[in-house]
Design a protein around this ligand. Structure first.
Ligand code: PEP
Length: 249
């Protein structure tokens, strides 16, 4: 049985006091689904969020990391540093990292390796741009993003990989892939995995959808057989909305 996961991508939002008050709001929500719940505060608030939530059923995860263990990389944070404060999961490959920080598949492969080497779980994001979809190239783009960054891994490594399909045209735009578009792409992703690693691996990997998921559309998207949860941006910044999405399973 694949894990159902709802992860909040807080991006560069919320200082310390806002982070604490959003966490208080989250703790006051009632969870009625079995989905794993994760939130990703900014680096400066990771420790305080982790410390506050250490006994709660909400995992605190990171939005990014560097591939090196340590050294002269001013401004960067390593997997070891994240582990040292208790963080066990990291989001890698978000389209904003790809677009604004020039993160390539090759760089992301190194980050994935570094996270897995530290025993961390990776939520690996990818997705096509609008022009790719208009040209009918969405599967080719997504297939190559996955293969380039992940297909050097061994089958066992996929126990620590969660995939997040996030069509760039749907992120923060209010425009969502239709449940059918999401299902079609998730089925393609699972087949791509199965073709290389076999059905057992493909069936065990959780594939999340991300892109303007809201309380109003979560249930329909999550009802699709290959959609195992969501990576939630804007709606994760309001506790009630976020838990409405969590409870949409
Ligand atoms: C995201 O940034 O990962 C995301 C899915 O954002 P939003 O839900 O706001 O579209």
């Amino acid at each position: 049985m694949r894990k159902q996961i709802v992860a909040g991508n807080w991006k560069m939002n919320n200082g310390l006091s806002q982070t604490q008050s959003l966490i208080t709001d989250l703790r006051n929500q009632t969870k009625t689904s079995d989905a794993e719940v994760m939130i990703s505060p900014s680096f400066t608030n990771l420790w305080s969020a982790f410390d506050t939530l250490r006994k709660d059923d909400i995992e605190v995860i990171a939005q990014n990391m560097h591939f090196a263990e340590d050294g002269a990389y001013t401004g960067e944070v390593s997997a070891g540093m994240l582990k040292s404060i208790g963080i066990k999961t990291v989001i890698l490959g978000h389209s904003e990292r790809r677009e604004y920080f020039n993160e390539t598949d090759e760089l992301l492969a190194k980050k994935v390796d570094a996270a897995l080497a530290k025993g961390m779980r990776v939520i690996f994001c990818f997705g096509e741009e609008l022009a790719d979809r208009k040209a009918g190239n969405e599967e080719a783009v997504v297939g190559s993003q996955i293969k380039n960054a992940l297909f050097h891994l061994g089958a066992a490594d996929f126990q620590n990989i969660v995939l997040a399909y996030e069509p760039v045209w749907a992120i923060g735009t209010g425009e969502t892939a239709s449940p059918e578009q999401a299902q079609d792409m998730h089925a393609f992703i699972r087949k791509t995995l199965a073709d290389t690693y076999g059905n057992d691996v493909a069936d065990a990997v959780s594939i999340l959808y991300g892109g303007s998921v809201k309380p109003a559309n979560a249930e329909e998207i999550f009802s699709k057989p290959d959609v195992d949860g969501g990576l939630i941006g804007g709606a994760s910044l309001k506790a009630e909305d976020f838990f409405a999405i969590v409870n949409a399973f």
